[in-house]
Design a protein around this ligand. Sequence first.
Ligand code: FPP
Length: 294
Amino acid sequence: MRKFLGPEPYQQSEDDKRVQQELRSLGKLPKHIAVIMDGNGRWAEERGLPRAAGHQAGIASLRDVTRSSRELGIDFLTVYAFSTENWRRPQREVSMLFRLLVKMLREELQEMLQNGVRLKTIGQTSLLPKLVQQELSSAIERTANNKGLTLTLALSYSGRWDLVRAMQSIALEVRSGKISPEDISEETIHQALTTNDLPDPDLLIRTSGELRLSNFLLWELAYSELHITKTLWPDFRREHLYEAVREYQKRERRFGLTGAQLKNAHTSSDIELPPEQKSYVDKVISAITRGGKK
Ligand code: FPP
């Protein structure tokens, strides 16, 4: 009989190691995967269960996706756990989600520490219940020096909220004379966002088949590959993640340039371009190759 009800002891299977090895050999892996975890409610309703059961089951999916992303060698995983719009849900469901979040943080902390997972949040976390804030701060602090996967929970987050914040902070810098309007660049905006220490996602996965961004990472997803699956989040497991990565590896990532232009280019000097486009194209090439041309 186990003494406490945490997750079962876990060890990666040899078969799974082989599958991951094969994936790595197939092509470049996404460095950053973002996930819109959708369909918990429908999963529960289909089974005649309360919505809470869907969210509870969704935690097992998040656990498996976090484990397998780390093992595979993904550096950043960012998940939409609670949107600004989710505050409009019935109070009971909101409270229950935060209770589950606290339970999840307590149960998973040990494994995160053992496996080098660093926890981070984006969003207006000051609006969350005090206990949730305390548990988050403690887990973030304790995992701060971990060097493996960075798991970012988007909580009370929306892309527009972050953009408004960013614009306000840039406007203040302009008003105080620190920068002039002409100095504002994509980099200025990137630095003002709460995601300023994350690379843009290479791949966005959305479960449950909806074809929307739902106000998630609006600036950051500009060039991300999209993978929409009908699988509901509580059914989503590492096999589905591998499928998304395989599909990503098959796509040619071009950022508005032609495949022919990019095929043999190592820097913008290898492409005939107007001078003002050179730095943009260098950024594109470096985003595609991430330092080493495949
Ligand atoms: C969307 O399903 C899911 C959520 C609003 C929360 C997802 C979060 C988790 C499962 C992981 C852990 C995070 C916390 C905060 C405990 P939905 O309810 O919108 O599903 P539906 O579209 O089928 O109704």
